[in-house]
Design a protein around this ligand. Structure first.
Ligand code: 3AM
Length: 180
């Protein structure tokens, strides 16, 4: 069963800006490979081939204009507890919300159950199998609160398939959809 999610492949300018922070001292964890860096819109999970085909097809209906993505600030999940994920913040602008809503609506037509929690757009930078001790990342987070990458145009979104390989996770693009 393919494991799917809908997301945005980040433009080079954003990947460059985020990778430039990699040298700073966070405890070692898993930082995504350049080609894997993305913004998730909807996590779908494992679905039968027929459902994957239906999702791939219905996403063609999405008709949303291109928009600018702005990156700012960093943070952790869970927010109040021992972090498992360190992320870069993404401005939840009207353009991004329109794409998030339209892709969610399209998937729902084919039976997808949308995440009930409020969408908190973020780009995962570091992931820890074992949560860090409380406070261990707070200095890094405070030091990088002023992260800002200027608005960069997004002109497509992607239906990704994620596979676990001996060499870590690999994301392949099952389909790419142009924005209008
Ligand atoms: O884009 P990021 O890295 O934040 O954490 C997974 C990754 O998020 C998330 O989907 C993205 C692509 O794999 N993900 C994985 N399993 C998930 C789950 N069960 C999940 N999100 C929600 N529920």
């Amino acid at each position: 069963m393919p494991r799917l999610f809908v997301g945005i492949d980040l433009p080079d300018a954003i990947k460059d800006g985020l990778l430039a922070m990699k040298e700073f001292d966070l405890p070692p964890g898993r930082w995504p490979k350049r080609e894997n860096m993305h913004l998730t819109l909807h996590f779908i999970g494992n679905v039968p081939d027929g459902v994957a085909d239906a999702y791939e097809e219905v996403l063609k209906q999405v008709d949303v204009p291109k928009f600018d993505l702005t990156i700012g600030g960093v943070g952790q999940f869970p927010i109040e507890d021992r972090p498992r994920v360190i992320w870069a913040g993404v401005d939840n602008t009207a353009g991004l919300r329109a794409l998030h809503d339209a892709t969610g609506d399209a998937l729902e037509e084919e039976g997808f159950n949308r995440e009930k929690r409020r969408y908190h757009p973020h780009i995962t930078l570091m992931r820890y199998k074992k949560p860090l001790r409380r406070g261990i990342a707070s200095t890094w987070i405070q030091e990088h609160m002023d992260l800002y990458i200027e608005p960069t145009q997004i002109d497509e979104f992607v239906l990704y398939e994620s596979e676990f390989t001996g060499d870590g996770v690999r994301y392949t693009k099952r389909a790419v959809y142009a924005l209008s």
